[in-house]
Design a protein around this ligand. Structure first.
Ligand code: EPZ
Length: 442
């Protein structure tokens, strides 16, 4: 099925246990980092999602040798040997399918001293420039990094060679932080990144780079120091951290269906921004003592009240949980506010929620949400990955049946979402798209 939908009949409270898969936003950076190794490596707990398949395809087109095996839990184990890479060019059409393809700029600059990339793609929520990446590469001595050097949508950078530099990111950027870490790994001398992003996936990429033989200190703080090394021996195994955003999505799905779900194989401290907001609203969020699972439910008689949320870089409330959290706010008492501080326009899913009965007004980067009793099933469109996940949550809680079209966008970041939700009692199946498909703005 090229275009397909998810058909969901709401009203079942989700109950039971699920396991979280490996982090999409960690593994995309790790796969690019693996292209720099002067040896081999094995990657475990890799989520079997379409963004990973695209990144593997991109690495294969460079000439890297990657074999993949599916584990019992549904995750992938990859054996990677980048020594067969035979080009510095990543300019095929697949590059435009995902934004994380831009990590190949840093990786190929480090490996080949040259990198050529078609401008990346990714979710469409307003401006998604890569000026901070290019400015950092220029500060490290790369040529071809000025906007006027972009030729026909292709960026070609050359290191002569890359030298360590002091890089200040004037916007906290996950992508730029990771890309500079990649390029600096084999640059001459020390690179210091200040105002760096601190997301869990930044730390995971840095840990992977150090396992390869890199010398990186401070990942997870706003100052990261990278001492360039000449060789990255590799020859190790590495397991990807659990996906913070997948875990948060299932926490919200449990809550909005008035369920009782324990989410396993996750890192509770990564969830703190969401856990504290859900407790503030009246949900019970319990971290177990093994510190690898969270239980979400509503105590008998607990009233769920609205709350105000502002997204910001980690450890703030993650923008990638913003659409899902708005669904939570819709099903609470009173008026709530969602302030989207990271992306220019990440409310494109709201007309879809309105079709399901939501009462939301958007003023630039602020959404005012009026609590409602129930959503009503409808045919809606997934405008992007996390918007699609939010619509799944709303459909699970709705009266009646919903069709979520362009559901392949959801599968970019959620491994086995149908099986995982069915195991919790959801009435969900994958179907051909219905006759009628609303026009998605995005
Ligand atoms: C990563 O995107 C994630 N994607 C996004 O998750 C996530 O929303 C975002 O980080 C913020 O956490 C991946 O990791 C593959 P940024 P990225 O650079 O790196 C501006 C998902 O759903 N900016 O941190 O592209 C930018 O416009 C996806 O999994 C510049 O101005 O995000 C934005 O306003 C969606 N110039 C802000 O910085 C630049 O050169 C943060 O962007 C780079 C960024």
């Amino acid at each position: 099925m090229s275009q397909y939908s998810y058909k969901i009949t709401g009203g079942n409270s989700l109950r039971g246990d699920i396991n979280i898969s490996g982090s999409k936003n960690a593994v995309l950076g790790v796969l690019a980092a693996a292209m720099m190794i002067d040896g081999k490596c094995t990657l475990e707990n890799v989520p079997d999602i379409s963004d990973v398949q695209v990144m593997i395809e991109l690495c294969n087109t460079l000439g890297a040798t990657i074999s993949s095996e599916k584990s019992e839990d549904g995750s992938l184990t990859l054996d990677i040997d980048p020594r067969t890479i035979n080009t510095y060019k990543a300019t095929g059409p697949a590059v435009s399918k995902i934004r994380a393809s831009y990590y190949l700029l840093g990786a190929l600059l480090a490996r080949c001293g040259k990198a050529s990339l078609r401008m990346p793609g990714g979710c469409n929520f307003g401006q998604r420039p890569i000026d901070l990446h290019l400015k950092a590469f220029a500060d490290m001595g790369a040529t071809g990094a000025r906007p006027e050097d972009i030729n026909g949508g292709i960026i070609t950078l050359e290191a002569n060679p890359l030298r360590g530099a002091r890089i200040f990111l004037d916007i906290v950027s996950v992508g730029a932080t990771i890309n500079v870490m990649l390029a600096a790994t084999k640059a001459e001398g020390m690179t210091i990144i200040t105002n760096a992003a601190k997301e869990p996936h930044i730390v995971d990429v840095a840990n992977f780079l150090n396992a390869m033989g890199a010398k990186i200190k401070g990942a997870g703080t706003d100052t990261i120091r990278i001492t360039g090394v000449p060789v990255l021996p590799g020859n190790f195994s590495y397991s990807i951290i659990p996906d913070q955003i997948e875990a948060g999505t299932y926490m919200i799905a449990a809550a909005v269906t008035d369920g009782d779900v324990t989410i396993h194989n996750m890192i509770p401290t990564h969830m703190e921004p969401l856990s504290s907001k859900m407790r503030e609203m009246g949900y019970t969020v319990e971290e177990n003592e093994d510190n690898d699972s969270i239980r979400v439910y509503r105590k008998e008689g607990a009233v769920i009240r609205g709350t105000n949320i502002k997204t910001s870089p980690y450890p703030g409330f993650p923008t990638d949980l913003q659409p899902q959290a708005v669904v939570l706010q819709c099903l609470s008492k009173g008026v709530s506010k969602m302030h989207e501080n990271v992306w220019q326009n990440r409310f494109q899913y709201i007309p879809e929620l309105t079709r399901m009965g939501a009462s939301i007004n958007v003023y630039d980067r602020i959404a005012l949400i009026e609590g409602i009793e129930r959503f009503k099933g409808a045919t809606v469109v997934a405008t992007d990955l996390r918007a699609g996940a939010a619509l799944v949550c709303a459909a699970l809680a709705a009266d009646g049946t919903s069709f979520i079209t362009q559901a392949r966008k959801i599968d970019r970041g959620y491994e086995n979402i149908v099986q995982k939700l069915k195991s919790l009692g959801a009435d969900i199946e994958r179907t051909e798209s219905p006759e009628y498909e609303p026009d998605a703005e995005a």
